[in-house]
Design a protein around this ligand. Structure first.
Ligand SMILES: [Cu+2]
Length: 257
């Protein structure tokens, strides 16, 4: 017991000396015992979210019937024919398939593409799923053929590859950034997909609710661009703080506002 008390007293004395020295020589440092908190506070921030909604101040497209007669194996997959709307909006004008990305504000920074997971582009029902997507330079693009027929994935000049019915999966990468790459199928001219290829991970695509979220963006000032295949593009300045940021966009039939 006695030994314990002596050690405790010594420890208290030592702490007192340490405190005195610190307050005299390094007043900015934290009190002993708070080192862990300080380390956490100075760890690099993961970043913040930019969120928002895209809306369209107009009517959605009438459904177009896509004629797949050229390939009976495509045609056979639809009883009533395949219908498609290039502009799809929700009840309040929520606009889906808008590609949103940080166009500028990241100069001088480089980002490694994630090794996993791969971005998936499926060919199913002689249609691309998804129609609009984003990927980083060098990131794996897993292209699937879920159809009992041959497709050809033409993303010239990056790649142009045939995919017979027996080839169910292939992997490709993009070597250079571009917004947007148009992917076409040489076998089925109605098949189109759009891929935004970027050097950074800061991009998103609006869902059926018109909403998007770009995550983990460091605080700073950026220019966002919103792209829609029929409605064009719109840019917006955004300041990201530790509270994140909101950037909504409204597309109109004559452009954006
Ligand atoms: Cu095809």
């Amino acid at each position: 017991m006695q030994k314990f008390y002596s050690l405790a007293v010594l420890a208290l004395l030592a702490a007192g000396v340490a405190c005195t020295q610190k307050s005299a020589e390094a007043p900015a440092q934290m009190e002993p015992g708070h080192e862990h908190e300080q380390m956490q506070a100075s760890a690099p921030a993961a970043g913040y979210s930019v969120k928002g909604t895209a809306v369209f101040a107009g009517k959605e497209s009438k459904a177009e019937t896509v004629k797949m007669n050229a390939d009976p194996k495509c045609l056979a997959q639809y009883k009533d024919g395949f219908k498609y709307k290039p502009v799809v909006v929700g009840q309040k004008g929520e606009l889906s398939n808008v590609f949103v990305y940080v166009k500028s504000g990241l100069q001088g920074q480089t980002f490694d593409a994630p090794k996993e997971p791969a971005v998936v582009l499926d060919q199913k029902g002689c249609w691309y799923h998804p129609r609009v997507m984003g990927i980083m330079v060098g990131q794996k693009l897993e292209i699937r053929n879920s159809d009992p027929t041959m497709h050809n994935v033409n993303a010239s000049p990056e790649f142009n590859a045939a995919m017979p019915a027996t080839v169910k999966m292939m992997e490709k990468t993009f070597k250079s950034p571009k917004v947007m790459f148009k992917i076409k199928c040489n076998v089925h001219p109605w098949m189109t997909a759009y891929v935004g290829v970027l050097g950074s991970p800061y991009f998103a695509v609006t869902g059926d609710n018109g909403q998007y979220e770009i995550k983990n963006l460091p605080a700073g000032k950026y220019t966002l661009e919103f792209w829609h295949e029929k409605l064009g593009t719109s840019t917006q300045e955004v300041t990201v703080t530790d509270a994140g940021a909101t950037a909504n966009v409204k597309f109109s039939a004559k452009g954006t506002s």
